[in-house]
Write a protein that binds this ligand. Structure first.
Ligand code: SF4
Ligand code: FES
Length: 378
């Protein structure tokens, strides 16, 4: 396939995998890129230009923790001048007034801050970083004082759903215009920790009621997006809005992926921006074309009326649960593999295991909440 491929909507620029937090539900891969392998400033400038030339409208600066890159302001300025809408997705624990002013002056359009919990001790335990929730609250205030629009991303799971109503009130106090109540999605480190996070059906139903009531009560003040854990859904989500349709991810070391978890799939070669242009990779690469459109689909997707609604669900989830990347996502009730979810759902009723915290260079076990210092830039 080439030539007639639509332009992407957005580039997810994963500037670094370095991060001072260790959230056990991180969607980053288990094998994290090292600082010494990261693209440099000139590489990223070229990637941003190529994204704009390709027709992308937005860039989301993400990681890891993107503020760990000293050149973030320069990259925001460059993207802004290239005509891209710039969004910073951050844990915010490294943001202070001077850094926010610098980013605003560089043309940053929007900030998204993640919160672990309204109970600060519980949130800091998930983050693996003492004081993280206080630092996030302070940074959210500074973002609003700088006049930047703020979205809060509240990641919810079986260990904090009882406090969802209080979390929503906290977000109103912070002055955010938008809240994403995002149930953990099971990729990367989150899949490794699924038993600690997956809620029961009952917990999910109660959370959905709380969100629906808050949407009515806060109409006009706060927009609430709601991402459910699709293990409990009837049909899968349209992951990435379809493979190779609207999004591309560039990893810290320069690999170009159709989604953040694509490196978990076997038998792929993901091209690098060091060897090819973003446009060529988007249009021509085998990796982007393998699951693009509907021609690759097996039954029951191939003849299903939802095939251009959910695009057969998520390739990475299909592989993680069935060992077959091209299978119908087993979340779908029509999938012949749907019963594989039973074992996962029963984990939600069992006692929660300890967290396996996200770290560069290891897969530690144990319920530690120690602060691991941020590795230096290479
Ligand atoms: Fe979606 Fe395939 Fe299920 Fe149809 S059969 S709802 S296309 S996952
Ligand atoms: Fe890879 Fe859904 S996360 S296709």
């Amino acid at each position: 396939m080439s030539g007639n491929v639509d332009a992407p909507l957005a580039l997810l620029a994963e500037l670094t995998h370095r991060c001072p937090l260790q959230c056990p539900y991180c969607s980053n891969p288990l094998e994290l890129d090292r600082a010494r392998d990261e693209l440099d400033t000139d590489d990223w400038r070229r990637v941003l230009d190529e994204a704009a030339d390709l027709g992308a409208l937005q860039v989301h600066f993400s990681g890891g923790e993107p503020t760990a890159r000293r050149d973030l302001g320069e990259l925001v300025r460059h993207a802004s001048r290239a005509g891209l809408y710039t969004n910073l997705i951050t844990s915010a624990v490294m943001l202070d007034e001077a850094r926010i002013a610098l980013l605003a002056a560089a043309g940053l359009d929007h900030v998204q801050i993640s919160f672990q919990d309204v109970d600060e001790a519980a949130g800091d335990r998930v983050a693996g970083y003492p004081t993280a929730q206080r630092l996030k609250r302070e940074a959210a205030g500074l973002v609003r004082e700088a006049g930047l629009p703020l979205t809060v991303n509240a990641v919810v799971h079986r260990q904090n759903l009882a406090r969802l109503a209080a979390m929503i009130e906290r977000v109103v106090e912070l002055g955010a215009g938008r809240l994403e109540v995002a149930h953990v999605q099971y990729y990367g480190w989150a899949l490794h920790n699924r038993g600690a996070f997956l809620p029961t059906r009952n917990q999910l139903d109660q959370a959905t009621e709380i969100v629906e009531a808050a949407r009515v009560r806060l109409k006009g003040r706060l927009v609430i997006d709601y991402v459910v854990p699709d293990y409990h859904a009837k049909f899968p989500k349209a992951c990435m809005d379809g493979w190779g349709r609207r999004f591309l991810n560039v990893t810290p070391s320069g690999k170009v992926l159709p989604c953040h978890a694509a490196e978990t799939l076997p038998g792929f070669h993901f091209p690098s921006v060091r060897q090819a242009s973003l446009g060529d990779i988007w249009r021509e690469s085998e990796a982007f074309n393998r699951f693009r459109g509907t021609a690759w689909m097996p039954e029951p997707c191939r003849s299903c009326e939802r095939r251009e609604i959910d695009w057969g669900g998520c390739r990475c989830q299909a592989f993680a649960l069935t060992g077959k990347a091209a299978a119908t996502d087993p979340v779908c009730v029509l999938s012949p593999d749907h019963s594989v979810l039973d074992a996962a759902i029963s984990e939600a009723e069992a006692p929660s295991p300890n967290f396996v915290y996200r770290r560069i260079g290891g897969r530690p076990t144990g319920d530690r909440a120690a602060h691991v210092p941020l590795p230096a830039e290479g």
